[in-house]
Design a protein around this ligand. Structure first.
Ligand SMILES: Cc1cc2nc3c(=O)[nH]c(=O)nc-3n(C[C@H](O)[C@H](O)[C@H](O)COP(=O)(O)O)c2cc1C
Length: 312
């Protein structure tokens, strides 16, 4: 019998497999239809949406590093009106699961976004929508990470969003902390069903001739293979202390092996981000690699390997 990749998240969320596409790296999922249809894996997380449209930062917004990518997109998006009036009706026809990533300037804006998307689902139908991811941790805008690094603010925003929906809420953590455990505990206490570990690491790239930034901002967010070990550390640290709190691993996955490392460290589901830019067929390669690994290890499913990293 072939092993099962079926993945369960809180609030009755059942995914075909643990593979989700990370916010900001897949648009709304539509671009991937002709490559690998998102209905063949867990689903997609949409680009962050804000109350009003955002133009994002000045170019250049992307710069490759030897093993990763620096970005300072700055949360460019058309705003929630366009999401509700145009995007969701369109992608609800496409038969895949998606999570809506929301970002606000204030606690009230986060709550307003969740409330408006929820109302839209109640009135127009759920379509493929399976929950919310709170982008508490973008490093590419002024005060972007405050929501994820101030425990009181994190609790306030999570509780305010919780009050607006009965659906799955996943809070997205920043890796730019020494110890993520207090933030994970605060997320659970204030009503987040799960956490994503994590967003990008702070980084800079300097033009040595001008001595100025190579990007449109002084600093940016580092993603891709370069951040895998740092993200694994945070997943392991939180899972060890909070075994029953589901973690969505995100950071540095570029092949099946790195995806398996996320699950061995303690992740329940995983997200593919920068790896997609090098290999748009990555979801299928990871899916096949997970099946192959479970078969080779003679394990029936992902639950039996989750968090089994032995460090001594
Ligand atoms: C170009 C780009 C845009 C991103 N936009 C968002 C976003 O809108 N919201 C968000 O929560 N994370 C965003 N992220 C962060 C990713 O979702 C992910 O957390 C991060 O890239 C680490 O995963 P990776 O190493 O697999 O890319 C973005 C990342 C990149 C590279």
């Amino acid at each position: 019998m072939s092993p099962s990749l079926t993945t369960t998240l809180p609030r009755g969320t059942i995914l075909k497999d643990p593979i989700l596409l990370a916010s900001g790296c897949c648009g709304y999922g539509e671009e991937y239809l002709p490559i690998v249809h998102p209905s063949t894996y867990g689903g997609v997380i949409t680009k962050a949406v804000s109350v009003t449209p955002r133009l994002g930062n000045e170019a250049p917004r992307l710069r490759e590093t030897p093993a990763g990518l620096l970005n300072c997109i700055g949360l460019q998006n058309p705003g929630v009106d366009v999401l509700l009036d145009e995007v969701l009706p369109r992608i609800n026809q496409l038969d895949y699961s998606y999570i809506v990533n929301v970002v606000g300037h204030t606690v009230e804006e986060f709550a307003e976004l969740v409330s408006r998307v929820q109302r839209h689902c109640d009135e127009q139908g759920q379509g493929g929508m399976i929950g919310f991811e709170l982008d508490l941790s973008c490093p590419n805008v002024d005060s972007g990470t405050t929501f994820a690094t101030d425990l009181d603010v994190l609790r306030a925003v999570t509780a305010a969003c919780r009050a607006e929906t009965e659906q799955l809420i996943i809070s997205k953590m920043t890796p730019n902390v020494t110890d993520m455990l207090p933030y994970a505990e605060a997320s659970r206490e204030s009503g987040a069903d799960s956490i994503t570990i994590s967003n990008t690491l702070n980084g800079i790239s300097i033009d040595i001739r001008t001595r100025k930034s190579n990007l449109g901002r002084p600093s940016a967010g580092l993603s891709g293979a370069a951040i895998l070990p740092a993200v694994l550390y945070h997943i392991w640290r939180v899972h060890k202390a909070m075994k029953d709190y589901p973690i969505v691993g995100c950071g540095g996955i570029w092949d099946a092996d790195s995806a398996i490392q996320h699950i061995l460290a303690g992740a329940t589901a995983i997200q593919l981000g920068t790896g997609l830019f090098m290999n748009p067929k990555l979801p299928i390669e990871v899916q096949q690699g997970l099946e192959r690994y479970l078969t080779e290890q003679d394990e029936p499913d992902l639950d039996s390997i989750r968090g089994t990293y032995e460090y001594c």
